[in-house]
Design a protein around this ligand. Structure first.
Ligand code: GLN
Length: 261
């Protein structure tokens, strides 16, 4: 009888050890935390990009993951075209947009709810590094093609220039990498895009592209949720405030922008 008890105790101990191991072993799949689908468009470094292995990484990814850690939710990332992000959240296919999205935009504000902004940005004109005739947006002429990314405020700006007859054609492309490639290849005279992102492309290819002129319009990036999803929006805003207060936000900022930025 004594032996039986000993064996039973041993078996129970073993079961406990095994179940603890199972709990501690997995980071994402083992907990019962809610998992939100985060849509992004990863040709927008350093906010949304891919690493050498093709994983979606960036400032926005670390930001929403840190907010989730603070608020007890987990995230997975979905790669979508920029102009598909709002339709996807409206359809309920994704829960969150973290894509360097400018919230200072009435049309978007009608379609989604935005968090408190986390980054001040603006649009700039980029030209080929050896171009010495375009010194700013006013030097664009009616014989020029100018590119931007689909669904962005840059695309709005380029479309407006074309409608006003100030440029020949607005070239609206899916990925920003394609737009920059077209600029380098001389297929377009300029690209209108966000300042920090164009800077990141210049860092990758310093002799190919340059920024000219002043910042065209001020923008503020914010995280979006489905219209009316106040519960999730409150979690995001509270998490954002917490990580801004505890230094985590600064840590992520320094990782992606460097300490001096
Ligand atoms: N800031 C721009 C916008 O909100 C571009 C965003 C992006 O390309 N990810 O339209």
């Amino acid at each position: 009888m004594k032996n039986f008890k000993k064996v039973l105790a041993l078996v129970l101990a073993l079961v406990m050890v095994l179940s603890f191991a199972a709990c501690g072993g997995g980071s994402s799949s083992s907990s019962d935390a809610v998992v939100y689908k985060v849509g992004t468009e990863p040709t927008f470094p350093p906010f949304d990009t891919t690493d050498d292995a093709g994983n979606i990484v960036g400032f926005d990814m670390d930001l929403i993951a840190a907010i989730g850690e603070d608020q007890g939710f987990e995230v997975t990332f979905e790669n979508l075209q920029f102009d598909s992000l709002i339709p996807a959240i409206q359809a309920g296919n994704i829960d969150i947009i973290a894509a360097g999205m400018n919230c200072e935009n009435d049309e978007r504000r009608e379609q989604v709810d935005f968090s408190t902004p986390y980054y001040e940005s603006g649009l700039v004109v980029a030209v080929a590094a050896d171009n010495d005739t375009i010194l700013g947006v006013d030097d664009l002429t009616p014989d020029m093609k100018v590119a931007a990314q689909i669904g962005t405020t840059g695309a709005d700006a380029v479309t407006e220039l074309a409608a006003e007859g100030k440029i020949k054609e607005a070239i609206i492309l899916n990925g920003l990498d394609t737009a920059m490639l077209q600029l380098i290849n001389g297929d377009v005279a300029a690209v209108i895009n966000d300042l920090p992102v164009t800077k990141a492309y210049i860092e990758k290819q310093p002799d190919a592209i340059k920024i000219v002129g002043e910042v065209m319009n001020a923008e503020a990036y914010a995280i979006a949720v489905q219209k009316g999803n106040t519960e999730l929006l409150e979690k995001i805003n509270t998490g954002m405030a917490n990580i801004q207060a505890n230094g985590k936000f600064d840590e992520i900022y320094d990782k992606w922008f460097g300490e001096e930025a």
